[in-house]
Unconditional design. Structure first.
Length: 335
């Protein structure tokens, strides 16, 4: 400071106005720091004493990132659930049999029995091929691409492909077995591509839905096969009207600006109405197969069990999808 003041006094510097001497530090600055320090410590000690009771109870608690322990069902519980499900299905079969099939027919003829068995064999084979193809498509990543694509594009391609191959399977004559079976394989491939996103769900849920579907279809097929001749063939018209309503209710959320209540109504119609309609189609298709067996024996229509299996396969797929939706909704409500 002394040297700067001498130089500035003899020769003024440029911008000397920006040079100031440091202000004198207050003499009590250090004392003020030491005098404030005890007050801060006292305040902290008071706050600590105020929270001491709560800290005494919470000092033993700790938080971890691990998930909570969930009791897994034992094998005994799993068998118990399986027994309950099997009993419910058996009871449903008995009740439906007694309600819908009071008047039974005579035993099936050999022609009817063989034709019905061949039709169900093609149905089972088609469902197995569809499941295997859907699983392989899911592993290859096709299911993710289907879900991320435009829904209208997926709907259009699946409808055109499924209807085209289905019509090809139905109307291809039986004297061209290679082309007919190729159309049938293409039909199952389109069904597999549509159903492949279902493998994102739990395998246990899909297994339960498949078990319930087999129970429903098996019981209704038995009723249709043992009922009096052509008892349920009159249901063709009402079932066609019902499936039209179900299809429109499924497409309504994609085309119409519906509110929450409207969406709930259309979903209920598509879900439970579709389950009732396609269950009725199982009865109708079973008796239609028996009628075609008698007509084929008389030489009126050609014998074509592959054609008959298409209707049953569509019935089972639609019932299975709705069973999956119902079980998914139940699991969501439990959570």
């Amino acid at each position: 400071m002394f040297r700067v003041s001498i130089i500035s006094a003899t020769r003024p510097l440029v911008g000397s106005t920006f040079i100031h001497s440091a202000p004198p530090r207050a003499a009590f600055g250090a004392r003020s720091f030491s005098s404030v320090r005890p007050n801060v410590l006292q305040t902290l000690s008071k706050r600590t004493n105020a929270f001491a009771p709560s800290l005494r109870h919470t000092c033993r608690t700790f938080i971890t990132d691990s998930s909570p322990v969930v009791a897994r069902p034992t094998q005994q519980d799993a068998w118990k659930r399986f027994a309950i499900s099997a009993g419910a299905i058996a009871g449903t079969v008995v009740i439906v049999q007694g309600f819908l099939n009071r008047d039974t027919r005579d035993a099936l003829s050999e022609v009817e029995r063989s034709y019905l068995h061949e039709s169900f064999q093609y149905t089972g084979g088609g469902l197995i091929l569809t499941a295997l193809a859907a699983r392989s498509m899911f592993k290859s990543g096709l299911a993710f691409r289907v879900m991320s694509a435009n829904p209208w594009l997926v709907l259009g391609v699946s409808l055109v492909g499924s209807i085209g191959t289905m019509m090809g399977t139905i109307y291809t004559p039986t004297d061209k077995p290679v082309l007919k079976h190729a159309m049938w394989l293409g039909f199952n491939a389109f069904q597999a591509a549509t159903l492949s996103p279902l493998f994102f769900l739990s395998p246990a849920l899909l297994s339960r839905a498949a078990l319930y579907t087999c129970g429903v279809v098996g019981s209704l097929s038995y009723i249709g096969a043992t009922a009096t001749t052509d008892k349920y063939l009159y249901m063709g018209g009402p079932l066609l009207a019902g499936v039209t309503v179900v299809a429109l209710s499924s497409l309504a959320p994609m085309a119409l600006p519906l509110g929450m209540r409207g969406l709930a109504i259309t979903e209920a119609i598509s879900l439970y109405g579709g389950l009732a309609v396609f269950s009725g189609f199982v009865l109708y298709d079973t008796q239609k197969i028996l009628k075609h067996a008698r007509l084929a024996q008389a030489g009126v229509v050609p014998r074509d069990p592959l054609r008959e299996s298409i209707g049953l396969e569509l019935d089972m797929i639609n019932i299975f999808v709705r069973m999956v939706q119902i079980l998914t909704m139940q699991n969501t409500r439990r959570k």
